[in-house]
Design a protein around this ligand. Structure first.
Ligand code: HC0
Ligand code: SF4
Length: 573
């Protein structure tokens, strides 16, 4: 198709929208309710354009482009329409930017800032039918905070939680017209709904209506006081996505910059969650081999994704016996930081349990905040920060992230890892990492058993593979595909192990990652995850020398009594 935008000719593929045409011409129109990975509903009316021959302005995000269209993005009339729409939003929005968690990355704030629109309409009072008091401060969930007084009704959270995303349908709209308002299902407190804390809604919210429960303020206070021995661990997916917060292209690896930033913030020990991911594999692979002796315990479901564990508890408690008892790497790392050789090395009061290090984890995930509070695991990790929260801390302290050297090494002994641990951050990665070690433990170390590429990828389809000598395995990329797999009972007979990651892409697409408008962001982050694995000198968890040393000095064997005490948990209905 050929059309013109502001006098420039552009070529477009069939099926493109006028917004695609505007962007192909290098022109700009504002958008608030458009997201490249979700359907558009043209609610905000910011992307209005004029099309020759049509009497009314068209919302570019939903209008199909036609060959020969003559499009204009810029006129007095369009500017007046956009400003009026912004006034409507401003009249219903609190002026709370100074304290707002998303200040600086808020699409509404950026729009008003850019256009310098003065507030001209009177505020609609909170409590009126046009601005109800519902969920002004719903802080009932450990992972997600809601403040619907900031909602601009774009509907992206409804899509992300609903049909085109997680298919949990926790958030929707009630009423019509000016009284339309977002609500939780049955208008319940978020903690009482079937929300799994995946945070996908926070990832698409253009404003501060849905955010992760923020803990970075407290962490900065603790670091500033310098009273604690402060320990931090960082998840595999965070070291890649953090780059995007500082303007680097998606897929840029910033492991060293991140380590250096954490030291500059005042952490005494910067450790790697990947160390514990290798340990998770040792425990989970031997758990799988154990269950293979007792087929009634099969298949084994992975349990390191806390969104998935939440989903099972809420929706299918009958599956709990199938969840791996192995703790997630985050929780294992916390337990080892507080109650094993590292803690003892900090001095007698730590060895005797009178003091504990202050343990913080940086995760791409909002549900990890829930996980840290789980019965039986509470206290392993003191505070969980998302990748976005870490970026806020770095900005708050004025650390020039991009200028930090990319050379930087984790502290030891809880900082060494293999390539297998790194791929945990991607959908399919936990299974692939487990297979690398399970095959070795089963004495089936044949060549070619390193990469299971058919289990990789960002597409939501359920992926399966036949593993020689072990059986069939499956990957569910996103909670919706797990729901699909569980619709019938075939999985009970068909598979020996099933990996479920609640977010599409796995942790690299987690609800705590940077917000991104790049339609290929997951692919780019995923490529970086596998690149780290490919370059790693060791790519199987049992080859990690620090993990071997920990078994030799402290744990004995995988699944020993001591390993079970520190590294396993149970899930009771
Ligand atoms: Fe993940 Fe993890 S890989 S869940 O995706 O298992 O959040 O990145 O840290 O715990 O290692 C998230 C990411 C982790 C954990 C690890 C696992
Ligand atoms: Fe839905 Fe996930 Fe948001 Fe909960 S956290 S409301 S399940 S998208």
């Amino acid at each position: 198709m050929t059309l013109t935008v502001n006098g420039r000719e552009v070529e477009l593929a069939e099926g493109s929208t006028l917004l695609d045409a505007v962007r192909a011409a290098g022109a700009q129109v504002p958008t608030l309710c458009h997201h490249p990975r979700l359907p558009s509903h043209a609610v905000c009316r910011m992307c209005l354009v004029e099309v020759k021959g049509r009497t009314r302005p068209q919302a570019a995000c939903v209008t199909p482009a036609r060959t020969g269209d003559v499009v204009d993005t810029d006129s007095d009339a369009l500017r007046a329409f956009r400003e009026a729409n912004a006034q409507w939003l401003l009249a219903r929005h609190p002026n709370d930017c100074m304290r707002c968690e998303v200040s600086g990355s808020c699409a509404l704030q950026n729009l008003i800032h850019e256009h310098q629109w003065q507030e001209r309409w009177e505020k609609v009072p909170i409590g009126s039918p046009q601005h109800p008091e519902h969920r002004l401060h719903d802080h009932t969930s450990p992972g997600i905070w809601m403040d619907f007084s900031k909602c601009i009704e774009c509907g992206l959270c409804v899509e992300a939680c609903g049909e085109h995303g997680q298919q949990q349908f926790v958030i929707g709209f009630a009423e019509r017209g000016a009284e339309r308002q977002p609500v939780t299902v049955f208008d319940q407190d978020l903690a009482d709904t079937s929300c799994i804390s995946c945070g996908q809604c926070t990832l698409v919210c253009p404003v501060g209506a849905l955010i992760e429960a923020p803990h970075w303020h407290e962490v900065l206070n603790r670091l500033d006081a310098r009273r604690d021995v402060a320990v931090v661990q960082v998840a595999p997916a965070t070291r890649i996505a953090i780059s995007e917060e500082f303007g680097m292209p998606a897929g840029t690896i910033s492991t060293g910059r991140m380590i250096n930033a954490l030291r500059a913030l005042g952490f005494d020990y910067v450790f790697d969650t990947n160390f514990a991911a290798d340990l998770t594999i040792m425990e989970e692979a031997s758990e799988l081999l154990g269950r293979l002796q007792n087929p009634s315990e099969l298949p084994l479901f992975t349990s390191c994704c806390p969104g998935w564990v939440n989903w099972v508890e809420i929706n299918r408690p009958d599956l709990l016996p199938h969840l791996s008892s192995t703790k997630s790497p985050q929780q294992m790392h916390g337990a080892l930081s507080k109650r094993a050789a590292f803690a003892r090395s900090l001095g007698p009061e730590f060895a005797e349990g009178r003091r504990e290090p202050y343990v913080v984890s940086v995760m791409p995930c909002t549900a990890k905040k829930d996980e840290a509070l789980r019965p039986g695991q509470r206290g392993d990790v003191d505070r969980v920060l998302t990748t976005r929260e870490l970026a806020r801390m770095i900005r708050a302290r004025g650390i020039a992230f991009n200028a930090l050297p990319e050379e930087g090494v984790f502290d030891n002994p809880l900082g060494a890892s293999t390539g297998a641990a790194q791929i945990f951050g991607s959908s399919g990665g936990v299974m692939e990492a487990m297979l690398r070690t399970a095959l070795h433990m089963a004495g089936n170390d044949q060549a070619g058993a390193l990469e299971w590429t058919r289990l990789r990828g960002v597409d939501r389809a359920i992926k399966t593979a036949e593993i020689p000598g072990l059986g069939r395995v499956a990957i569910c990329n996103g909670i919706a595909s797990a729901q699909q797999l569980l619709q019938t009972d075939d999985w009970r007979q068909e598979f020996i192990a099933i990996e479920v990651m609640a977010c599409v892409g796995g942790c690299l697409g987690g609800g705590g990652e940077p917000k991104s408008m790049d339609p290929l962001v997951l692919e780019k982050r995923m490529k970086a995850v596998y690149a780290i694995d490919q370059k790693a000198p060791r790519r199987r968890s049992f080859e990690n020398p620090q993990v071997q040393a920990l078994y030799a000095s402290e744990l004995g064997e995988p699944n020993s009594d001591e390993a079970r005490r520190l590294l396993h948990t149970s899930y009771a209905p």
